[in-house]
Design a protein around this ligand. Structure first.
Ligand SMILES: [Zn+2]
Length: 482
């Protein structure tokens, strides 16, 4: 129905319609429509053209057939994704019906991510595979999995068997199956399946292991890795060489399991209170010639960044890693001068250290809470689910994400892209995760793919309504648009 309306419009309109919607999300960079429709059997012709940018493609649909040109497999995959979004099948003749178009397309940003949190409420392997499917329909290319936190450790590490399933998720220790409690974590086999499934859909799995804070679940299993002071808390004892070695061995396994060139080591919301009191940490500060406890996390961050670099991986951490002052939230905080330039930052605060890091030459990924945190309310008239706090991130707000905000024009190439984050404290499983993710992730997908000058929220909303219907038709629990 929608296509017929479009075809009639296309015949009336000029033959060239740059940035035309065509119900494609994210909107392609260049669309040229020829009036009429193409009825086709047979497979697309594939051509590799080196001049086409990474992940980009050219899609030509004429009455003679479909041609896909790209320089890489990702571009070909995205051309097929676009094709699937505009395809209609004649049930009688089995012919595929398309509008006649020429599309030239490539993403504006190379990091187009989604984060899920399996440490607050566990998501089974099947749910992860499902989310990979869904985000790949909209050309996201990163799925970051937050495997560990104070609540649980959900990744199997053979050297430390007590970690897996430790303290699993908000009061539950596993689910009962066949009379036995099954711990909730991913085995190396599960991870292989997830990584391969994602790679076939041009999605990179970026694992996140929280260090040195948000470390409570690990310390329940191995208390000796925490500070030797009263109320050892949820932080790694950086002064203890054995504890640092523990972190390294975990990262060794993570690098074996995940081919990702980038490994996330957390770095956020880490209190210094335990380090201040810990005799081991105090001795370490003296031994290393550090100015004080405020230089302990920067020292550890650099150690981890260099350790991962020796293994051929880049480290990424939350934006606190760039801050070295006592008051992490103060505007005038000092910059962490310990960090090698290869370090990547993931910036959850629009006005935090992120933009400054980009201006200083560090590569960053942006996920500002007010635009990208989908565990915040979505402003729906009727919503049965629980959310974190009172902040509202509407579809329109999510769509207005500008990951270049506050970054000097000379430093814009340092912005790799952005990410929407779905923290799990109030998200119990796939049903409410999908509800909170969609349709807002449609907005993030377009904000990271399509040039800002081609973005128009009213026009996007009409396409989002079409896609909401399709998502529900595919049994995805997509929320209404308002
Ligand atoms: Zn300590």
């Amino acid at each position: 129905m929608k296509y017929q309306v479009f075809a009639a419009f296309a015949c009336l309109a000029s033959a060239v319609f740059a940035g035309a919607p065509l119900d494609i999300i994210p909107a392609p960079q260049e669309v040229k429509i020829v009036p009429g429709e193409c009825r086709l059997k047979g497979k697309p012709v594939l051509e590799r053209v080196a001049a086409i940018p990474p992940e980009g493609y050219e899609l030509s649909i004429t009455p003679k057939g479909v041609t896909i040109r790209s320089s890489d497999a990702a571009g070909e995959f995205y051309a097929r994704t676009t094709l699937a979004q505009i395809e209609r099948v004649d049930r009688r003749t089995r012919e595929k019906i398309y509008p006649c178009v020429e599309i030239k397309d490539a993403p504006k940003f190379k990091w187009r991510g989604v984060l899920v949190d399996t440490a607050r409420h566990f998501l089974g392997k099947t749910a992860i595979l499902r989310i990979i499917d869904e985000i790949s329909w909209y050309k996201f290319n990163v799925l970051q999995i937050h495997f560990t936190d104070n609540d649980a450790w959900t990744l199997e590490i053979p050297e430390y068997p007590a970690l897996a399933g430790q303290g699993v998720t908000r009061g539950r220790t596993g689910f009962v199956y066949g009379g036995k409690i099954q711990p909730l974590y991913y085995s190396a086999e599960d991870i292989k399946e997830i990584v391969d499934y994602a790679a076939a859909r041009n999605v990179k799995i970026v694992p996140e292991i929280e260090l040195p804070g948000h470390f409570g679940a690990a310390l329940r299993a191995y208390p000796a890795m925490g500070c030797r002071c009263r109320g050892g808390g949820g932080v790694l004892c950086i002064g203890n060489a054995e504890a640092v070695r523990f972190a390294e061995k975990v990262l060794d396994r993570v690098c074996e399991m995940f081919p990702s060139d980038v490994i996330h080591f957390g770095g956020d919301e880490c209190t210094r209170d335990f380090w201040k009191k810990c005799p081991v940490c105090k001795a370490h500060i003296k031994r290393e010639g550090l100015k004080g406890v405020e230089e302990l996390q920067p020292w550890f961050t650099r150690h981890i960044v260099e350790y991962l670099a020796k293994k051929g991986r880049r480290a990424i951490g939350w934006d606190e890693i760039f801050i070295a002052s006592k008051d992490r939230r103060a505007g005038g905080d000092s910059f962490n001068s310990f960090l090698p330039k290869t370090t990547m930052g993931m910036c959850w605060r629009m006005h935090g250290a992120g933009a400054r890091a980009a201006n200083r030459g560090y590569e960053i990924v942006r996920c500002p809470t007010d635009f990208c945190y989908f565990d915040y309310r979505q402003g729906l008239a009727d919503d049965p689910f629980n959310y974190l706090g009172k902040t509202v991130v509407t579809l329109e707000k999510a769509y207005s994400l500008d990951v270049l905000e506050g970054v000097e024009s000379a430093a814009r190439a340092n912005v790799a892209g952005g990410q929407c984050c779905n923290w799990g404290e109030f998200t119990l499983g796939l049903v409410d995760l999908e509800w909170k993710l969609w349709p807002r992730a449609l907005a993030t997908a377009e904000a990271l793919w399509t040039y800002p000058e081609k973005r128009d929220f009213a026009e996007f909303s009409a396409r989002a309504a079409v896609h909401r219907r399709r998502l529900v038709g595919r049994h995805v629990n997509c929320a209404p648009l308002e």
